[in-house]
Design a protein around this ligand. Sequence first.
Ligand code: AMP
Length: 177
Amino acid sequence: MHSVNEIAGFFRDVPDFPKEGIIFKDVTTVLTHPGALGDSVTHLLKLLEDIEFDAVAAVESRGFMFGGIIADRLNIPLVLVRKPGKLPADVISEDYTLEYGTNTLEMHCNSLASQSKVLIIDDLIATGGTALATAELIRRDGSIPVAAAFLMDLRFLGGARKMEEAGVPVCSLIIID
Ligand code: AMP
């Protein structure tokens, strides 16, 4: 089993992507190490041991990999939070600000039982706009965002603090101060 330190070391820093001044933490170099994907989920689930949740909301696109494995291992529902125009049925939409731009997220309405306790999952939290918009989608759909989990937390950008202030505890495997 890969340690958290090893997994942290598998991330590749790509400077000036997608914009000058951004250091992109590339998770694809974690994926090319066989077993690292599943091991990172095992570590995350250990961190989440004390949190009660009964559904997972995974954020496009890198969150899908982690969210899919978590939902499958725990045998709970998975909902996909996607970029605009990708989901085929009725959706709710939420605008948000990204570290490097603005965007909109969508989620199918009524795909979860009302008052589901939902874990938000993505590869990384930066300024927190994406995760906050996801929490808002979950609330507007009648469920409760009980926690948000990330492989990596760029803590210095303040996203985790914003989530905590919005009442959503954050669990991150790798924290960059
Ligand atoms: P934010 O909304 O600012 O918290 O940004 C989080 C989302 O953007 C996640 O889906 C990340 O995958 C992606 N992201 C933002 N900044 C970075 C970064 N520096 N490196 C890798 N992914 C990033």
